[in-house]
Design a protein around this ligand. Sequence first.
Ligand SMILES: NC(=O)c1ccc[n+]([C@@H]2O[C@H](COP(=O)([O-])OP(=O)(O)OC[C@H]3O[C@@H](n4cnc5c(N)ncnc54)[C@H](OP(=O)(O)O)[C@@H]3O)[C@@H](O)[C@H]2O)c1
Length: 340
Amino acid sequence: MKAAVLTKFGKPENAFEIKEVPNPTINNGQVLIETEGFGLNYADIMAVQGDYEDCPPLPAIIGYDVVGRIKETKGDVGDLKIGDRVTALTRFGGYAEFVAAESSGCAKIKEEVLTGKAMALTTQYSTAYYCINEVANCKKGDKVLIQAAAGGVGTALVQMALKIGCEVFGTCGSAEKIEYLKEMGVHHPINYKTQDFFEIIKKEVGDYGLDAVFDAIGGSSAKKGFKLLGSGGTLVLYGAASMTDTNIFGKLGMVAGFGLYHPVQFMMSSKGIVGVNMLRIGDDRPHVLKRCLTAVVSMLDENKIDPKISKVFKIEQLVEALNYLKDRKSMGKVSVLWKY
Ligand SMILES: NC(=O)c1ccc[n+]([C@@H]2O[C@H](COP(=O)([O-])OP(=O)(O)OC[C@H]3O[C@@H](n4cnc5c(N)ncnc54)[C@H](OP(=O)(O)O)[C@@H]3O)[C@@H](O)[C@H]2O)c1
C-alpha cells in the first residue's frame, strides 16, 4: 500500500515521503480499512514540527482519522462486518491506504455522507461531544466561551453548544472567520486580534461569569478563561496550539502564562479545570470513545450537526494541506484523498 511517511521533523515540505510500505496486520478486536482518505488535525502540525510527545519515533505514519471500507475483521468486532463504510479513529497510521483500527474507534456511516464531512466526526466531533456533554455537562442557558471557534473542534463545539441552547461567545483570528461564526449563529463572535476578548466578555457576563470555557490555545488564554468563569464553572483544557508558533523561550512563556493554581482555590471558588486527551480516553476507556462516536454519528443522521468541509486536497497536495491548516486558513475540516 501507499503511505505518507513522516521521516523528518520540521517544515511539511521536507518532512514526508509518499512510498510503498507493507499493509498493516490486525489483532483481535480490530478491523482493516481500505481508506478513501484521511483527515488532518492540529496535532499533526505539532507532530510534524516535533512538538508532540505522543508522536511515535520516526519514520512514522501519523494521522488520527480515516473514512473507508472494512476489508478484514479479527475476533469480536461487534456489529461491524466486511464491506461496511466506516469513519474510524486511528492511533496514528491514518496517512495510509490501509489502516488497522480498534472496533471501538469505528462507526458505520451512510453511503451518501461526503468523505470530508464524515472525516470530522471521529477526532474533532467526538472530542467536542466529550468536552461539552461529558466534562462540562452544559445545559440550556449556559454561557460558554469557545476559543478558536472557527477551527475543526471549535466548529463542532459551536454547533453542539447552540443545539443545547447555550449562549455562545466564540473567538477567532480573522474577519473572514468572524463571518463564518456569524453564519453558524454564534451570539458573540470576537476577533481576538482586534478586540480584547476578556474585557468584552467580562462586561457582558459581569460577576455571574461563564459556565464553561473550551480552550485549546493554552497559556495566558487559558488563564483569562479561568478568570471569566463563574461559580460552578469549568475550564476544559484540551490543547496548547500556542506552543507551535514560537521558540523555546516562547514555549516557556506559554507554560508560565497558564499561571499557578492551588486545589483549595478550586474548592473555595467552586470552579475547576479539566484536561482532556482523547488518546488517553480511547486507550483506557474505549467504551467512552465508542459512546461519543456513536452519539455524533446519530446527531449527523438526525441533522443535529453539520460538519463543515474547509477544503479537500489530493494526496499530491499533502504539503499544501498541512500548510493550509498550520497557517490558520481553515474553517472546519481539512482532509486528503487517495482517490478522487
Ligand atoms: N485533547 C484532545 O484530545 C484533542 C483532540 C482534538 C484536537 N485537540 C486540539 O484542539 C485544537 C484544535 O484542533 P483542530 O484540529 O480542530 O485544529 P483547528 O482548530 O482547525 O486549527 C487550529 C486553530 O487554532 C487557532 N489558533 C489559536 N492560536 C493559535 C496559535 N498560536 N497557533 C496556531 N493556531 C492557533 C487558529 O484559529 P484562529 O485563526 O481563529 O486563531 C487555528 O486555525 C488543537 O490545539 C488540537 O491539538 C485536542
